[in-house]
Design a protein around this ligand. Structure first.
Ligand code: ATP
Ligand code: MG
Length: 487
């Protein structure tokens, strides 16, 4: 005798209090929605679009009758999925048996930046517009464990009671997942899964300008620094847009430069042809550390070494690469440029003080709550020379804009470290000043062109930016030189 048990399809039901939503939207689109999201009273409520469709619900009931044979019996799930026409039903079956269950809703919603999942508590998300929100979904300890194991298995990472800490990139959505698995270290009561999504397309420098995170003058200054390989250190607290900014700045590297990136998870995307992407190997016998990766970058004679996050002993190898003249864009988790420098100088990092003298340009990333629940990213530039900090491009809360520090008349003439560029590249300050002006114009023109084509600045694509900007730059430099020679 065989016992046949019910295999239920798990649906996200429409909660009763969702008839008067402050905002309602559909994922992925209104024509073919899989999910409906209702924002109400600061809560994020999500449910399956099919629950509003009686015909689809009838189909689900029929599917449930057949499920046993496919899930437990002889037939394969692939056959079942092939036989379903309705993409909504297909998605629901997939997410339950081979996908990430309810997490799929958050992964598919482009407004969700982060989901924080703990057992028996409403899942908390960070929404791009509304900030932190409680959701209508709560998972049991068993459900969260299963979700964590599926995520780790997909990424090929070990996760168990014996190895309860894991941080990896889930390959399908390229989301960054951090897990503390239920084990002795959480007294077997708790588990936490934190999922951080990456934007589908990297933010371009033009988009950062558009949303007021950088001013055009500031972006032009940073471009000049990046072009002339002055190390740029991005400091800021957690989730303040450091990696996004580092990626955007990487598009200011000359298109023919050789770039090596070193990270512990694949976040960077670099729009140059000669890009070597490397990652640390944390598990197994043959570990590869940041130190090893940076060292090979130096040996490969690349022009730029971009490091995901400077934390430990790798900083010394990184410092060495700067001494050798490699360009550097680096993120550093710190609350200010000074505290970043202090940490770099002190044990266990202890970089050579000679290198500290070369670390002059810092971008401080800030997230500011302008109106309750609405956050904006505003990034400032500071320079440090001989132990003295000068704010260069600063946030003005009155106008909500980044402005140039009025005490610095002309950064290209006033800053001492610019002399290093003059000596290393055999250019004059006048030429650099012309180039800085040309960069401003090139950025302005690229921005205005992009805005006229698409108000959301989704185009041009990140990968196209270096070619666009550098061709505009050479046009303006030629133009400016010819006008000065005519005078
Ligand atoms: N300028 C910006 N405007 C609006 N949203 C942004 C901006 N920069 C980043 N974000 C969003 O904020 C989130 C965090 O960004 P990012 O990963 O770059 O931060 P981070 O400082 O590197 O975080 P961590 O400290 O964890 O490394 C991302 O979802 C990103 O899309
Ligand atoms: Mg980061």
């Amino acid at each position: 005798m065989s016992i046949k048990f019910d295999v239920k399809i798990k649906l996200l039901w429409k909660p009763v209090n969702t008839d008067n939503c402050e905002e309602e939207y559909f994922i992925p689109s209104k024509n073919k929605p899989l999910y409906i999201v209702c924002i109400n009273n600061g809560n994020y409520i999500v449910y399956d679009a099919v629950v509003r469709d009686p015909q689809a619900m009838e189909e689900i009931r029929k599917l449930e009758e057949k499920l046993y044979d496919f899930i437990v019996g002889e037939k394969s799930l692939v056959d079942l999925l092939d036989s379903i026409q309705d993409t909504r039903l297909k998605h629901i079956i997939e997410r339950q048996f081979i996908g990430y269950g309810v997490l799929e809703a958050f992964l598919l919603d482009p407004n969700i930046i982060n989901a924080h999942i703990m057992a028996n508590k409403p899942i908390q998300v960070i929404h791009r517009v509304h900030g932190k929100m409680e959701t209508n979904i709560t998972l049991s300890l068993e459900d969260v464990k299963e979700l964590a194991l599926r995520l780790a298995a997909r990424a090929g990472k070990p996760l168990s009671e014996a190895l309860p800490l894991a941080s990896f990139i889930e390959p399908r959505y390229e989301a960054r997942v951090t897990v503390i698995y239920s084990s002795d270290i959480t007294m077997r009561r708790d588990i936490v899964v934190d999922v951080r999504k990456q934007p589908e397309k990297p933010w371009t420098i033009l988009k950062l300008i558009h949303y007021g995170s950088l001013s055009i003058e500031e972006a032009a200054f940073l471009w000049l620094m990046v072009k002339y390989k002055v190390p740029v250190i991005i400091v800021g607290e957690i989730m303040t847009g450091k990696t996004t900014l580092a990626t955007a700045l990487a598009s200011l590297i000359p298109p023919d430069a050789r770039v090596l990136t070193a990270e512990d998870a694949p976040e960077f995307r670099i729009p140059t042809l000669y890009w070597t992407r490397t990652m640390t190997r944390e598990f197994g016998e043959h570990k590869v550390t940041f130190f090893d990766l940076i060292k090979s970058g130096v040996r490969l004679s690349v022009d730029y070494i971009i490091v995901g996050e400077i934390r430990g002993e790798e900083a010394r190898e990184w410092a060495h690469s700067i001494l050798l003249g490699h360009g550097a864009i680096t993120t550093f988790h710190a609350e200010s440029p000074e505290s970043a420098l202090l940490r770099l100088l002190s044990p266990p990092i202890s970089v050579d003080p000679q290198v500290i003298a070369l670390l002059n340009v810092f971008v401080k990333t800030n997230v500011i709550e302008r109106t309750p629940g609405k956050k904006v990213f505003r990034h400032e530039v500071y320079t440090i020379e001989g132990g003295r900090t000068t704010p260069l491009y600063i946030y003005d809360p009155l106008t909500d804009k980044i402005i140039q520090n009025p005490d610095v008349k002309n950064p290209i003439y006033d800053l001492r470290f610019i002399e290093r560029i003059v000596l290393a590249h055999r250019v004059s300050r006048e030429m650099l000043h012309v180039e800085y002006q040309a960069m401003r114009k090139a950025l302005e023109e690229a921005y205005m062109e992009a805005l006229s084509k698409d108000p959301l600045l989704e185009t041009p694509d990140y990968m196209e930016i270096p070619v666009i900007l550098y061709s505009k730059l050479s046009k303006y430099i030629t133009l400016m030189h010819s006008t000065t020679s005519q005078k």
